[in-house]
Design a protein around this ligand. Structure first.
Ligand code: SF4
Length: 470
C-alpha cells in the first residue's frame, strides 16, 4: 500500500560503510534503495582526514544530493540516513545524521526507531543544563554520551545505551571508528555485509544487492559493533531480550527483495496470502493486490485458491511529494492521483482486493469505491494482518488509538464503513505461522503490540536510573 495515503509510516532507514574510497557514493546508492523507509529528509556524513563532514536536506535522496554535493564528500567511511518524521516532527534540523562537534572530537549519529523514554531523559538533561538543537529523540543519545564519565569513548557509548529504552538501530561515526548498536529487543532490522575489504551496514539487505555487497549476518539485539582500522569487533552492551522484531517489516515496510532476519519478504508475504486464503476463502473471479506491498500477498492468495491473479490496480509512480494534490472537491469528482483501477480487468468481475492493513479505513473505502465505479460486481477485502488496535511506540507512525478504526469498530462494522461485500483479517496465529518465526524461541520472536496491546517494553515507566546515577 502507499505509505503516504495509508497513515502508516516507517520512520527511517540507515546505511553505513567503513573502508571504501567511494564511501559517500556507495552510501548514496544504499540510501536510494532504502528510500521507501523515509522520504522527508536524507543526509550523509563522511570521515576524512580526521574530520567529519556532511550534507543533508529535506526531500528525496536524489533531491538532496542533486548538485554535486556528493563530490565534496570525500573519505573512506560514511553513514547515511533517510527519514520519515514522526518523533520530533519534521524540519531541516531534525534530518539525520546529526553532527555534533566538541573539543574532544566529533560524532555523527543516524538512528532508526524511537526511544520511548526520550522525553523523560530530555527533561532530566535539560534540568542539568543541556541545551538541545533539535526536537528529535536521537539527540538525547548524543547528550548521554557526552555527559558520561566513563574512561573510554566506547564505555561512554555503552553507558548511554543502557539509559535509552525502546527501538533503536544506531550508527555512530567518529573520525576513527564506526559504532553500530541494536536495542536489546531488536525491533528494527539491521544487517552487516562486506564489499571487498569494506564493511557495510544497512537497515535492509536490498541495499547490499544494490551496491554489490555480500550479506554476512544480522546485528544481534544488545550488540555493539566497533569497526575501525583494526577491523571489526563485537561486544555487548546488554543481554538480548526475547526478540521483538517488528511484524510490520514483514507485512508492509521492507522491500520484497530484502531478507529481514534471514526471511525473504516476498516469500513471507506470499505465505501470508496463502494463509489468508485458508482462513478466509471466497468465491470470486479475480484476485488483485494493492501495490506495492500487497502484490506478493495477492499472488499467494491466488495460488492457494486457484482464482487468477490480475493487475486490477495500478500505482502512479510519478506522484512526487511536491506535486499539487487535488483539492477535496476535485477528489470527490474522482481525480485519483496515486492509484487507479484497471477497468478492463475488474469490470463485470467479482474481485478479491488484498491489502496489508487497515489503519483509519479511509483508504480502503476509497479503493472499494474505485473498484465498484470501474465495474466490479463484488469487492471482497482480505487483509494480510490482524486488526491494528493499538498505537506503535517503536518508530512506526500508526496514529492514535482514537484514529485506528479497528480500535473502535467490529470487523462487520468496518466492512459496512468501507463498503465491501465481505471483509476478513488474518489471525494473529496465522501471521506468526506464515512468517515462520517461532515466538517460543528466544531469538525468533516478533513484536505484535499494535495487534495485541502487549508492548515488549514498559512504555509508561519513567526512567529514573539516569538521575539516580548522576
Ligand atoms: S507495535 Fe506494531 S508497528 Fe510497532 S514495532 Fe510492534 S509490530 Fe511494529
Amino acid at each position: 500500500m502507499l505509505a503516504e495515503i495509508k497513515g502508516l509510516n516507517e520512520e527511517c532507514g540507515v546505511f553505513g560503510i567503513w573502508g571504501h574510497e567511494n564511501a559517500a557514493q556507495i552510501t548514496y546508492y544504499g540510501l536510494h534503495s532504502l528510500q521507501h523507509r523515509g522520504q522527508e529528509g536524507a543526509g550523509i556524513v563522511v570521515a576524512h582526514q580526521g574530520m567529519l563532514q556532511g550534507h543533508k536536506g529535506l526531500g528525496l535522496v536524489t533531491e538532496v544530493f542533486s548538485n554535486g554535493e556528493l563530490q565534496a564528500l570525500k573519505g573512506s567511511a560514511a553513514i547515511g540516513h533517510v527519514r520519515y518524521s514522526t518523533a520530533g516532527g519534521g524540519g531541516y534540523e531534525n534530518v539525520q545524521p546529526l553532527l555534533f562537534r566538541s573539543q574532544t572530537g566529533s560524532i555523527a549519529l543516524a538512528h532508526n526507531g524511537n526511544l520511548v523514554n526520550a522525553m523523560d531523559l530530555k527533561l532530566q538533561l535539560e534540568e542539568q543544563g543541556s541545551i538541545f538543537q533539535t526536537t528529535s529523540d536521537t539527540e538525547v543519545f548524543a547528550h548521554l554520551i557526552r555527559r558520561s564519565h566513563a574512561p573510554t569513548f566506547k564505555e561512554q557509548i555503552k553507558e548511554a545505551l543502557t539509559y535509552v529504552e525502546g527501538a533503536f538501530a544506531f550508527l555512530l561515526l567518529t573520525e576513527t571508528a564506526l559504532y553500530v548498536a541494536l536495542d536489546p529487543h531488536g525491533f528494527r532490522p539491521l544487517s552487516i555485509g562486506r564489499l571487498g575489504n569494506a564493511y557495510v551496514i544497512a537497515s535492509e539487505t536490498c541495499a547490499f544487492d544494490v551496491v554489490g555487497a555480500t550479506y554476512e549476518r544480522e546485528v544481534e539485539p544488545g550488540e555493539l559493533i566497533i569497526i575501525s582500522a583494526e577491523g571489526m569487533r563485537s561486544e555487548r552492551f546488554a543481554q538480548a531480550q526475547s526478540r521483538s522484531i517488528c511484524s510490520m517489516e514483514y507485512i508492509y515496510f521492507a522491500r520484497p527483495d530484502s531478507n529481514v532476519d534471514g526471511i525473504n519478504i516476498h516469500t513471507a508475504r506470499k505465505n501470508l496470502g496463502k494463509r489468508l486464503a485458508l482462513e478466509a476463502p471466497v468465491e470470486a473471479d479475480i484476485v488483485t493486490g494493492v501495490p506495492d506491498s500487497s502484490i506478493s500477498v495477492a499472488i499467494g492468495y491466488a495460488e492457494a485458491t486457484g482464482i487468477p491473479y490480475e493487475l486490477g490496480l495500478i500505482k502512479n509512480r510519478y506522484v512526487g511529494r511536491t506535486f499539487i494534490q487535488p483539492s477535496q472537491s476535485l477528489r470527490e469528482q474522482g481525480v485519483k492521483m496515486k492509484l487507479s483501477p484497471v477497468r478492463g480487468v475488474v469490470a463485470e468481475k467479482r474481485v478479491v482486493m488484498v491489502d496489508d492493513s487497515i489503519v483509519r479505513g479511509t483508504t480502503s473505502k476509497r479503493i472499494v469505491a474505485m473498484l465498484r465505479e470501474a465495474g466490479a460486481t463484488e469487492v471482497h477485502v482480505r487483509i494480510s494482518s490482524p486488526p491494528i488496535t493499538h498505537p506503535c511506540f517503536y518508530g512506526i507512525d500508526t496514529s492514535t488509538k482514537e484514529e485506528l478504526i479497528a480500535s473502535n469498530y467490529t470487523v462487520e462494522e468496518i466492512r459496512q464503513i468501507i463498503g465491501a461485500d465481505s471483509l476478513a483479517f488474518l489471525s494473529q496465529e496465522g501471521l506468526l505461522e506464515a512468517i515462520g518465526r517461532s515466538p517460543h524461541l528466544p531469538l525468533r520472536g516478533q513484536c505484535m503490540a499494535c495487534f495485541t496491546g502487549n508492548y515488549p517494553t514498559d512504555i509508561h515507566k519513567a526512567r529514573s536510573l539516569f538521575m539516580a546515577t548522576k
